[in-house]
Ligand binder design. Structure first.
Ligand code: BMA
Length: 839
């Protein structure tokens, strides 16, 4: 049966006129898009990311703006019920159609479906959006609130007056963060269209899965909004099965559920664990066709008592799988720059670095549909915060009503995605109760205030997406547990920040044993070629005003430099310092993740802070703004290897902490090598361990085969620390049964500054293999953190590697953004550096 196509959509995206009631600026603006991009294109503002220009563009968000366009509708476009859909209006605005106000928007996270039936003419029409000054509205609301609700002023550096982001629904980091510029964008993003329906429109389609032994029952819940009572035809098609239904609808919202069975289902697995087959579900409501990709997987969170306290692990299709990845922030401070190409590139880099989970952090935003579709395709699971972070929020009725609509709609929009693993109430809101004088002075009031919002969020998930776990906050120790999630490590998820924010040594990571480490990070400078995009040569100094502006964490540059003096000899110049900052960042996170992974099954998740940057800045990210790989991203690819071998120093003869793990500052007596197998199959590795003299020469200290069971971490070798001479380090490599090299790793018992590094001569040669450029590197002396860079976008298969004489290493180059490059192109800009250059 075919359904008559009575639905149509008129795309309203395109060129608008941008004006302001308080300035004489009149420039074109492309929507979806934002005001800053339009002003930049018209040369009305300088590049906000350059130098200290942030201050020069601050007036933009302190100005009221209007956008207007005319559009033409045909008689056929309007002979039905009409919906004006504006997916994301950022943020507080009045929408007018032909001079009549049709909506007021309050919440950039809420899709606006505005009934404009009878308000559109055949012929010319005018759509106008008047944006209020969001910071002023926020302040007025905060002033009118019966008690103070403090906001994260400390992140809004740069001498700004501060914006009450907790009183408006917009990405909190739009006002700046400890890695973010304050842009406070204004605009409209996502779909903009005039939709015509005969009687009803689609609101959402949700798909629940019940997994049987060799079948999956799908329950497809469709929400329709009907403009009047009547009957509509609804059709779903998936896996060659079609359900067609005549549905009687009443005016308003209607819910229809259909069930069907998929036999012999092809299961969806996270990246690295199997394929990501996707079943296409096409929903057709009288010509309004939508498509969703459904991945079939059973996903559970196992939070139950164990001998330690409580487990915290993700079980997928019956297997407890370690979650490996990082935290995600919005991809750009100028929203119109966030495109599918940008997102695909960043998510592709996550997968290429062996990640299987990202955490969408609560100070950012719900992402566009294509983001989740790409995660489904790539096998990247998402820990999804709701958008609340680092401060208290109001809990009055209008605020809660607004948030209820937002969360309900977002959950309904996204719940069908295989990639979404968990809904989390917020980022660090519980912890923030102890950060502000106001909240500290009246903890009962702010805890009660918190719980009103947080319990509402939990109830919405229970009602709207019952198959998914709601976790109250990150970090959290569990339900209605408002205790410290920064240091307790026996249950729940942990944010461990003592190394960065409290300047503890890297070894301190080995003094905690999280069940699931959802945040921990260490900063580096952004790469030199990125610094060159915002800093003149005269400003390339860590304490220049420009470099300080591109560091938003108080004392951040000092922390980076001071750490260098602890572990390295101080670098000779700025360029070397930038390089070294990325080496030490990688080492910090490697120390944490290798150790925590080795405690499996105690620890079942490590998500470092953070994968991406929102603008060019010194930060905790592993990718530069624009997606280039910093050294941490390369090291992540190695420390997230599914079959990995790591060194853990232990202290056999000193008092250890309660779990028998090292004590910070104590000299290790042994070095234990642990093998980690995150695959579902037993594996056998041939391990070769050598003691290598820093100036050259090595000896075998262990060689043998080790069997490691599925999903396990075990000790495979132990040697006395005293067996290593003062000038030796450990280098180990492991191979599969066929002799293929699976990985290489090393361990330096002393800080690098204690070794007399020799200057190696590194030889490089290019070749092309199967259309891919290959760089072969070899060295006459041990060379550390050997890093190849080229000026073309792409990444090598490995970098920041240890090269030993007599061992060549091949690095395969993968261009980004689908480009094609040859080794001849790459050879022109090749640079190969190593640690000894910085000494
Ligand atoms: C975390 C995050 C962010 C912040 C980061 C670095 O806890 O949740 O708030 O950017 O720390 O300080």
């Amino acid at each position: 049966m075919s359904i008559p196509a009575t639905y149509s959509a008129l795309d309203l995206a395109g060129s608008f006129a941008l004006t302001s009631p308080t300035s004489d600026i009149a420039v074109p603006l492309t929507l979806p898009g934002d005001v800053h991009a339009a002003l930049l294109a018209a040369d009305k503002i300088p590049d906000p990311y350059y130098g200290e220009n942030e201050k020069q563009v601050m007036w933009v968000n302190e100005t009221a703006w209007s956008v207007e366009r005319s559009f033409s509708a045909s008689a056929a476009d309007i002979d039905g019920y009409l919906t004006l859909t504006l997916a994301e209006v950022d943020c507080i605005a009045t929408i007018s159609l032909n001079g009549e106000v049709v909506a007021e928007t309050q919440n950039s996270f809420l899709r606006n479906d505005i009934d404009v039936t009878g308000k559109v003419r055949a012929g010319d029409n005018t759509l106008r959006i008047d944006f209020a000054i969001a910071p002023d509205v926020a302040k007025a609301r905060a002033d009118a609130h019966p008690f103070p609700i403090p906001f994260t002023k400390n992140y809004q550096t740069n001498g700004l007056k501060g914006i009450h982001m907790n009183f408006i629904r917009k990405a909190a980091c739009h006002a700046g963060w400890d890695w973010g510029i304050c842009i406070m964008p204004i605009g409209v993003y996502g779909t903009m269209s005039l939709r015509k329906s005969r009687l009803a429109r689609q609101e959402s389609v949700q798909v629940d899965q019940a997994h049987g032994s060799n079948s999956v029952e799908l329950s497809i819940k469709t929400r329709l909004f009907a403009f009047a009572h009547g009957e509509v035809e609804l059709e779903h098609t998936i896996d060659g099965q079609t359900i067609t239904d005549k549905v009687v609808v009443n005016k308003g919202e209607n819910v229809v559920t259909h069930n069907l069975t998929i036999k012999n289902p092809k299961l969806w697995w996270p990246a690295g664990q199997g394929e990501q087959p996707l079943y296409e579900l096409v929903t057709n409501l009288e010509g309004e066709k939508t498509t969703r990709q459904i991945g079939l997987r059973k996903l559970e969170w196992i939070v139950e008592p164990d001998e330690i306290d409580h487990t915290f692990k993700c079980r997928i299709n019956g297997r407890d799988i370690s979650m490996l990845g990082a935290n995600w922030i919005p991809a750009d401070a100028i929203p119109s720059r966030i495109t599918p190409d940008v997102i695909r590139d960043l998510l592709g880099s996550a997968k290429a670095a062996n990640m299987n989970m990202l955490r969408i952090w609560g100070g950012g935003q719900y992402e566009p549909d294509y983001f989740y579709e790409m995660c489904d395709e790539l096998g990247i699971l998402l820990w999804h915060d709701f958008m609340f972070a680092c401060m208290s929020y109001p809990s009055d009725r209008p605020f809660l009503d607004n948030v209820r609509a937002e969360i309900t709609q977002q959950v309904r929009r996204l719940s069908h995605h295989a990639s979404i693993a968990l809904w989390c109430g917020d980022n660090e809101v519980i912890g923030s109760l102890s950060w502000y004088p106001e909240t500290k002075a009246a903890p009962e009031r702010y805890v009660a205030n918190y719980d009103r919002l947080n319990s509402m969020l939990g109830n919405i998930v229970e009602d709207e997406d019952p198959a998914r776990r709601f976790w109250p906050s990150s970090p959290s120790m569990g339900y209605l547990d408002f205790s410290d999630g920064w240091h307790a490590d026996t249950r729940g998820d942990t944010h461990y920040w003592d190394v960065w924010h409290s300047a503890k040594s890297f070894e301190a990571y080995r003094t905690v044993n999280p069940r699931f480490a959802s945040e921990f990070g260490f900063q580096s400078f952004t790469s030199m070629n990125i610094i060159e995009t915002f800093a003149e040569p005269k400003d390339r100094n860590p304490s220049s005003p420009v470099m300080e502006n591109h560091q938003r964490n108080d004392g951040g540059n000092a922390r980076i430099l001071e750490t260098m003096t602890r572990y390295f000899r101080f670098p000779r110049d700025f360029d070397q310092m930038v390089f070294l900052s990325q080496i030490q960042q990688g080492l910090a996170i490697k120390t944490a993740i290798e150790y925590w992974r080795s405690t499996k099954p105690r620890c079942m998740g490590t998500l470092f802070w953070q994968i991406n940057d929102i603008w060019p800045v010194a930060s905790w990210s592993s990718l530069d703004y624009g997606g280039q790989w910093k050294l941490l991203q390369y090291m992540a690819k190695r420390f997230f290897l599914p079959v990995n071998v790591v060194a853990v120093p232990v202290h056999d003869d000193v008092q250890t902490n309660s779990r028998g793990t090292p004590v910070e500052g104590a000299e290790p007596t042994s070095i234990v090598l642990r093998a980690i197998n995150d695959t579902g199959a037993p594996t056998s590795i041939a391990l070769d361990v050598r003691a290598v003299k820093i100036g050259g020469g090595d000896r075998v200290v262990f060689s043998g085969n080790c069997a490691v069971g599925p999903d396990a971490a075990i000790e495979v070798s132990k040697l006395a620390a005293a067996d290593l001479a003062a000038d030796e380090f450990l280098f180990f490599s492991w191979r599969d049964a066929k002799g293929n090299l699976l990985g290489e790793n090393d361990y330096f018992p002393k800080p690098y500054k204690a070794y007399e590094l020799v200057s190696p001569t590194i030889t490089s040669a290019w070749s092309d293999r199967d259309g891919q450029p290959v760089l072969t590197l070899s060295s006459d002396k041990p060379a550390l953190f050997v890093t190849a860079t080229v000026d073309l976008p792409g990444y090598f298969s490995d970098n920041a590697i240890t090269l030993l004489p007599g061992r060549t290493t091949e690095l395969v180059f993968t261009p980004r953004h689908g480009a094609t490059v040859s080794s001849t192109d790459l050879a022109k800009s090749l640079k190969v550096r190593n640690l000894a250059e910085t000494f």
